[in-house]
Design a protein around this ligand. Structure first.
Ligand code: VGL
Ligand code: ZN
Length: 242
């Protein structure tokens, strides 16, 4: 049987790769974290949820998602934003400046924030409903009075390391799954530094929420995509469906 002209056109288009199936033929294989994978839970603290000093919209909603995926990971690292009182990232430390304005510090442009996550306060405590009994390390960051640190790996001066890369490498970790708050600041900087320091990096989108200052969320996703950070959802991780 010879193909009709219409069918021939269709076959040619298919051969040229012009026909995109309406639905994916199958879902991507589920991700199965193993001994070389680590979950990083960024800044899930009272300060970043409603009632805290720098609340991220929907911030508390990441907790059940993180609790659900955590049992899939043999390695879990938690971070805590941990500022001195009067920290250089606080607007209140710069006469005349208001939160969410910027200033120039020794190392470059710094967004100024409300006073938040001050060391030892209840505001800086991890959320009480986080269930991470197998977490092995808490990295505190932003504790140098004159340097901020969004990233869990390196402070904003881009010189001072937290030691996390060495810790992970020494333990054979090659891939990090980043979750927590906020997508466009501490999560993004952590994922970008992970890539720069030689790790594969996933961001679990539904386990994050953003501040989104002047388009910062879209900009962060763009930078992450360019750096090879993969954007996934918790349901992509095997055995963690809600
Ligand atoms: C963060 C702003 C200031 C964050 C921390 O955890 O994303 N954002 N400090
Ligand atoms: Zn901070």
């Amino acid at each position: 049987m010879t193909a009709s002209p219409a069918r021939r056109t269709l076959l040619r288009a298919a051969a040229a790769g012009l026909l995109v199936p309406a639905l994916p033929l199958r879902a991507a294989a589920p991700l199965r974290p193993g001994p070389r994978d680590a979950l990083i839970v960024v800044d899930v603290q009272n300060c970043f949820v409603d009632g805290g000093t720098l609340p991220v919209k929907g911030g508390a909603e990441v907790v059940p998602v993180i609790n659900r995926i955590a049992p899939a990971f043999a390695n879990i690292v938690v971070t805590q934003d941990w500022h001195t009182a009067g920290h250089a990232s606080f607007a209140s430390a710069h006469g005349g400046k208001k939160p969410f304005e910027t200033t120039t510090l020794r190392y470059g442009t710094q967004v100024l924030w409300p006073d938040h996550c001050v060391q030892g306060t209840e505001d800086a405590a991890l959320r009480g409903d986080l269930r991470l009994p197998t977490a092995q390390l808490i990295v505190r960051k932003g504790f140098h009075a004159d340097v901020d640190s969004y990233s869990a790996f390196e402070e904003a001066d881009r010189r001072t390391r937290t030691g996390l890369a060495g810790y992970l490498k020494e333990r054979g970790v090659t891939t990090v799954y980043v979750t927590g708050l906020a997508t466009d600041f501490c999560v993004a900087w952590t994922a970008l530094d992970a890539r720069r320091l030689g790790f594969a990096a996933f961001v679990v989108e539904d386990a994050t929420r953003a501040i989104d200052l002047d388009g910062s969320l879209a900009a962060a996703w763009k930078r992450m995509a360019a750096a090879g950070v993969k954007r996934i959802r918790s349901a992509d991780i095997a055995g963690t469906a809600s």
